[in-house]
Design a protein around this ligand. Structure first.
Ligand code: GLU
Length: 269
C-alpha cells in the first residue's frame, strides 16, 4: 500500500518526541525488559545517525524503583511513589546511558514539572537546554520530576500530557506515543475482536473520546484517554502524532519511512 501524503510527510520531520510507557519498558513482574530498551536505544542512535533529533520521554521510574525496593506493586501513597521514583529514575538513566553509549551516544536527564511549561522563563530554560543538547548530538531523556511534583499545580497528570508539551516547546514536528496498544480503535479491541483501528485521524470527535474513556476501561491498558488528550494538544500546535505499539521499537524506523503503523493524528488532509 502506498503511503498517504500525510504518512509520507512523517519522514520529513527532523525533530520528534518519542514517549514510551512503563508497560513497554518492563515485564509484568516489574523488572526491566532489557532487550526492548537496548533495541530502543539502538533505534534512537540509528535515527540520530540519519540526522534526526529525537527527544525521549520515558516513564518507568516508579515501577522500576518499586520493583527494586521489593514492593509487590506500585505504591499508592505519594511519599512511597516519590521514594520509588527517586530509586527507579537513577536506574533507568543508568540503563539508557549504558546502551546509548554502546552506539556512541550520550544521554541527558531532564526532569520537568508543570511550571516548566506554564512559566515562560522556566519553559525557555528547558527549551534552551533541550536545543543545546540536540545541537551537541546528545539524546535528551525526559521524565516528570516525581520527587517534587506532588500536587496538581506542579504535577503533570501523566507522561502522555508531558510528552505533548515537550513536543510543543521543543518545536518538534512529530510526537510518537509508544504503548501496549496498536493505536486508536473504534471499540475496545480486548472485548471486541472485530474492533477497527483508525489509521488516520484529522479530528478527534466526541465519539472517539467516548469510546476511549467509555465503560470503565480505556481502549487498552495504556489509557487511551490521556493519549487522545496528548494528540489534541499536539494538533493545536500543528504537530503530527502517532500512537503505536511499543513492542518492537524498530516501529519508529517504519513510522519515519511513512509506513502505515498505528494511528496518525494529523492536520494534513
Ligand atoms: N513519571 C512516572 C514514572 O516515571 C510515570 C508517569 C506516567 O506514566 O504517566 O514512573
Amino acid at each position: 500500500m502506498n503511503a498517504t501524503p500525510a504518512r509520507a510527510q512523517l519522514g520529513q520531520h527532523k525533530r520528534a518526541v518519542v514517549k514510551i510507557g512503563t508497560t513497554s519498558l518492563t515485564y509484568p513482574n516489574g523488572t526491566l525488559n532489557l532487550q526492548r530498551i537496548e533495541k530502543l536505544c539502538w533505534v534512537l542512535a540509528d535515527l540520530y545517525n540519519q540526522g534526526k533529533e529525537i527527544i525521549l520521554v520515558t516513564s518507568g521510574a516508579i515501577g522500576v524503583g518499586a520493583n527494586s525496593l521489593g514492593m509487590e506493586q506500585r505504591p499508592r501513597d505519594i511519599i512511597g511513589r516519590q521514594a520509588a521514583s527517586a530509586v527507579g529514575q537513577a536506574m533507568l538513566m543508568q540503563i539508557y546511558q549504558r546502551f546509548l553509549q554502546t552506539y556512541n551516544r550520550n544521554a541527558a536527564q531532564i526532569l520537568l514539572t508543570r511550571d516548566c511549561v506554564d512559566n515562560k522563563q522556566r519553559r525557555e530554560n528547558a527549551q534552551n537546554t533541550v536545543k543545546q543538547l540536540l545541537a551537541m548530538g546528545v539524546v535528551p531523556i525526559v521524565n516528570a520530576n516525581d520527587t517534587i511534583a506532588t500536587d496538581e499545580l506542579t504535577e503533570f497528570s501523566d507522561n502522555d500530557n508531558l510528552s505533548a508539551h515537550v513536543a510543543a516547546f521543543s518545536e518538534s514536528g512529530l510526537l510518537v506515543i509508544l504503548s501496549d496498544i496498536e493505536g486508536l480503535y473504534n471499540k475496545d479491541p480486548k472485548t471486541h475482536p472485530k474492533a477497527i483501528l483508525f489509521h488516520e485521524v484529522n479530528e478527534i470527535t466526541p465519539a472517539m473520546e467516548a469510546a476511549a474513556g467509555g465503560s470503565g476501561s480505556s481502549l487498552g491498558t495504556g489509557g487511551m484517554t490521556t493519549k487522545l488528550d496528548a494528540a489534541k494538544i499536539a494538533l493545536q500546535h500543528n504537530i503530527d502524532t502517532v500512537i503505536a505499539s511499543g513492542e518492537d521499537p524498530t516501529i519508529l524506523l517504519r513510522i519515519f519511512s511513512g509506513e502505515n503503523e498505528g494511528t496518525l493524528f494529523t492536520c494534513m488532509t
